[in-house]
Design a protein around this ligand. Structure first.
Ligand SMILES: Nc1nc2c(c(=O)[nH]1)N[C@H]1C(S)=C(S)[C@@H](COP(=O)(O)OP(=O)(O)OC[C@H]3O[C@@H](n4cnc5c(=O)[nH]c(N)nc54)[C@H](O)[C@@H]3O)O[C@H]1N2
Ligand SMILES: Nc1nc2c(c(=O)[nH]1)N[C@H]1C(S)=C(S)[C@@H](COP(=O)(O)OP(=O)(O)OC[C@H]3O[C@@H](n4cnc5c(=O)[nH]c(N)nc54)[C@H](O)[C@@H]3O)O[C@H]1N2
Ligand SMILES: [Mo]
Length: 765
């Protein structure tokens, strides 16, 4: 078989570079962060252009950072409202390198698939629409217009709207997201899976049931008011670096931080603000007051341990629990109380992996805290019992009424910069009836009610050959999904796939039989349409909506915006029903007019944006302490402690991010805060376990996971010792996604259990 005829590889190829291991640093930020930012900006765009660009990042008239969803301060913004990893995200998009038709003529798809993710991303911005015809080995150029026609035709030729799937990643603007879901629902399906399904879906489902809103309930100004801030299953030093400034301010005002994480992440130990003189020359601010090295998936046990201390303390101090709040505004407390009462400490200690003293030490801090904020991210959401994790954490807050009042509440820290906004705009496979009713009314239509597929259900459907067309608005579905090999099989079964993208990634190489790439503008670029220069809007992790104005010239003069692409496909597909899509795309304020009449909280959207730079969306829990859930009461949910039984030789593996990546986009090969650099195919194990497995630092190992009668194998990983609880191990996402079972999903939210993979480790001979 010639190399041309071999199938493109879905694996992340081995770089076989030398791995360097150093001790992790004792603090985050500081000069190292500034130097690292400058290195990336210098390499991509040069220092002068780069510095000018950064002056507009997160400014009121500037553009929103394409990195994470942490909010900007309402008032006091510095000239430098960005962080090291935000700079990397901007540098990655603003790169001067370009990929056009010549590039694809030179490289076959199979050849590209043997390159690393780092290499793929570093080739530059996609600038020309490309098509991979069935049976061909090379992408070839196609015009946008021809591509729109072929896409619309493929949709029309499908077995029907429910045989088409429309994925979205969380960088899409509100305007593009609204138009996209309008097109898809007008076509006739709710098949709108999105990256949220792989991310904070468990938070949304859990919070909706517990408190009636699927979003966070605190603002930035609540942080300094909290006595204690719990940071659970989250690594903000890397993934939300601007959160460290908020935490630093809170600590300076007297808040204590308890970190709950199998790893003692350097980014949470201490912080040097890179933009303060003191951050360069003075001592670092200690952030974490107490770190609890919980076992992977030991969180429910720990939360129940806290609850047990609360209940014991309540016997001594009559008003310790908020009895009035529990009685008048909550349900389910008695059942929960009885359940916690009968739990044994042995079980709590065994399952959490902590000592009784550790649990008591943290409980003492909590017992003394009037106001508590609970923050979390993927360490809680990516387990089979993820919904239970979050509801058990919420129970603790409910017991003391620590919700919907200043200084207290829940803070699920979102990932992608507009993932929350996309959901608000209707990117959801299970839209609410009230949303659909307002859509019906606004567009005089009757939109479909049948729930669509979430990500894993969409992959199931592709495996069963039920999907004829797949369209992805951003993202990298192949590498972000579990079970890379199975997902590759699924994607290859689809007759026609489309990627609306900015940079090359593995989903452009493992595709449907015919595949199209439609390149688009990024947020930092100027977007000029017939109606003049446009801006877009986004919603951050705290429900604040604001505008974002691109500043750079587009990477290529012909690049279309996401809105323009969607409107053009919609026009080819639907004509003028229910709206004239191209007319809306000429002036995005017309889309905002529809949003303002359809989605609560967006009334007079355009007018308000002229007057105020940003506004909060209503949140009944935060604003009025009202709970729009069962019987209008906040709900205590009682969850058993998960078993997590491991057989001899098995480990529980979590797949985590390094400091040099944005999900599947690899910026570099350093994981500075954990002390590693070089390659990414590594597995971190406890020192004792390394010894038991007879492994020395850097030894090659094969990892396997067995679930649903399938064995998944990842070869050529190197083992390193690290401070991690016994029987736990860590690998990097997306290299280890081959091991994450497609079938192992969180109950109710269907989020893959990417942080709870049972594996075995064998030394390679
Ligand atoms: N620079 C950068 N920024 C990003 C991203 C990026 O890749 N790069 N990704 C964005 C996205 S989409 C998201 S969702 C967020 C992700 O942000 P995070 O959730 O912070 O990302 P992860 O690396 O998945 O880290 C999860 C943390 O949970 C811990 N953990 C794992 N399992 C458990 C457990 O069972 N219990 C507890 N208590 N802790 C556990 C891990 O040790 C790790 O510290 O970041 C966003 N921001
Ligand atoms: N094992 C494991 N798997 C995971 C996770 C994990 O922790 N462990 N985390 C999960 C999480 S939290 C998430 S959110 C998903 C992420 O899943 P995705 O959102 O699907 O993946 P990304 O890597 O963020 O997508 C990167 C691609 O998006 C495109 N892109 C970037 N900016 C834009 C833009 O402005 N417009 C358009 N149209 N395209 C753009 C580029 O082509 C880039 O290559 O992965 C999930 N997968
Ligand atoms: Mo995410």
């Amino acid at each position: 078989m010639s190399s041309q005829d071999r199938k493109p590889s879905s694996d992340c190829p081995v770089e076989d570079l030398e791995v360097l291991k150093k001790s992790p640093p004792s603090s985050a930020g500081g000069p190292a962060a500034v130097f690292s930012s400058m290195e990336h900006i210098h390499e991509s765009v040069g220092l002068i252009k780069g510095t000018r660009l950064l002056m507009d990042l997160n400014q009121k008239k500037g553009f929103d950072c394409p990195g994470c969803a942490w909010p900007d301060p309402d008032e006091k913004r510095s000239q430098f409202e960005f962080c090291e990893n935000g700079v990397k995200a901007v540098a990655e998009e603003a790169t001067e390198k370009r990929i056009g038709a010549d590039f694809f003529k030179k490289h076959s798809v199979q050849e590209l698939s043997l390159k690393s993710d780092l290499w793929l991303g570093k080739q530059g911005r996609l600038t020309q629409p490309m098509i991979l015809r069935e049976g061909s080995h090379h992408y070839e150029a196609i015009s946008y217009e021809q591509a729109y026609k072929e896409i619309a035709q493929a949709l029309k030729d499908s077995r029907g709207p429910d045989h088409c799937v429309f994925y979205t990643s969380g960088r899409t603007s509100n305007e593009a997201a609204f138009l996209y879901q309008l097109m898809i629902r007008s076509f006739g399906t709710n098949n709108l899976p999105d990256c949220s399904n792989l991310c904070h879906e468990s938070s949304g489902v859990a919070l909706k049931e517990s408190i009636g809103v699927g979003k966070g309930t605190v603002r930035l100004q609540d942080f300094p008011l909290a006595d204690t801030i719990l940071v659970v299953g989250q690594n903000p030093g890397t993934n939300h670096p601007r959160m460290l400034s908020t935490l630093q301010e809170a600590v300076r005002q007297g808040s204590k931080i308890i970190t709950i994480n199998p790893l003692d992440e350097a980014g949470l130990k201490a912080f040097r603000h890179p933009q303060e003189v003191q951050g360069w020359i003075g001592p670092a601010t200690r952030l974490t007051h107490l770190h609890l090295p919980v076992k992977i998936n030991g969180d429910i046990a720990l939360f129940h341990g806290f609850a047990k201390h609360y209940l014991e303390h309540a016997k001594k101090e009559k008003d310790f629990l908020d009895h009035e709040f529990i009685k008048n505004q909550c349900e389910g407390f008695e059942e929960y109380q009885n359940f916690v009462d009968q739990l044994s400490w042995d079980e709590i200690i065994e399952s959490s992996g902590l000592t009784r003293d550790q649990v008591w030490e943290a409980s003492k801090i909590l017992l003394d805290s009037k106001e508590v904020i609970a923050c979390w991210a993927m360490g809680l959401t990516q387990h089979e019992n993820a919904v239970g994790n979050i509801q058990s954490l919420v129970n603790l807050l409910l017991m003391r009424g620590q919700i919907g009042r200043p200084g207290s509440g829940v803070c699920p820290v979102r990932g992608h910069s507009n993932v929350q906004g996309d959901r608000t705009m209707g990117i959801w496979e299970r839209p609410s009836e009230s949303f659909l009713q307002s859509m019906d009314q606004e567009f005089s239509m009757s939109f479909p009610r049948k729930p669509g597929y979430c990500v894993v259900e969409a992959i199931d459907a592709m495996l069963e050959s039920k999907v004829d067309v797949l369209i992805c608005l951003g993202g990298n579905l192949l590498s972000a999904s579990p079970d890379t090999d199975q997902t590759a099989v699924a994607l290859r079964k689809v007759p026609f796939s489309v990627q609306i993208s900015t940079k090359l990634n593995r989903s452009h190489l493992i595709t449907g039989k015919t595949a199209i790439i439609l390149p688009c503008l990024v947020r930092s670029e100027r977007d000029i349409q017939e109606g003049g220069e446009q801006f877009i809007t986004v919603e951050n992790s705290m429900g604040i909506v604001h505008s974002s104005n691109g500043k750079l010239n587009p990477a290529h003069p012909d690049l279309a915006s996401e809105v323009k692409i969607i409107a053009s496909i919609a026009h080819e597909l639907l004509g003028e029903k229910p709206v004239n899509f191209p007319e809306l795309a000429k002036d995005y304020s017309r889309i905002r007019n529809h949003i303002s009449r359809t989605i609560p909280g967006f009334e007079n959207f355009n007018k308000r944006l002229q007057k105020e730079n940003n506004f909060y969306l209503p949140n009944p829990v935060r604003d009025k302490r009202q709970f729009h859930c069962k019987n209008s009461k906040a709900q205590f949910h009682t969850h058993e402690i998960p078993e997590n039984k491991l057989q001899e030789g098995e480990f529980l593996m979590m797949t985590i991010r390094t400091h040099d990546q944005y999900n599947t986009t690899i910026y570099g090969l350093k994981d500075r805060y954990r002390g590693f650099s070089g390659d990414r195919r590594i597995v971190l194990l406890n020192e004792n376990e390394m010894r038991k497995l007879n492994l020395s630092e850097g030894d090659l190992v094969t990892l396997q996971s067995r679930f649903a009668e399938r064995v998944r194998t990842a070869r050529s990983f190197r083992a390193y010792s690290y401070k991690i609880p016994p029987r736990c191990c860590a690998t990097y996402f997306p290299e280890a996604n081959v091991l994450v079972p497609l079938e192992q999903r969180a109950k109710k939210s269907h989020t893959p259990a990417s942080k709870s993979v049972v594996i075995t480790i064998e030394k390679s001979s």
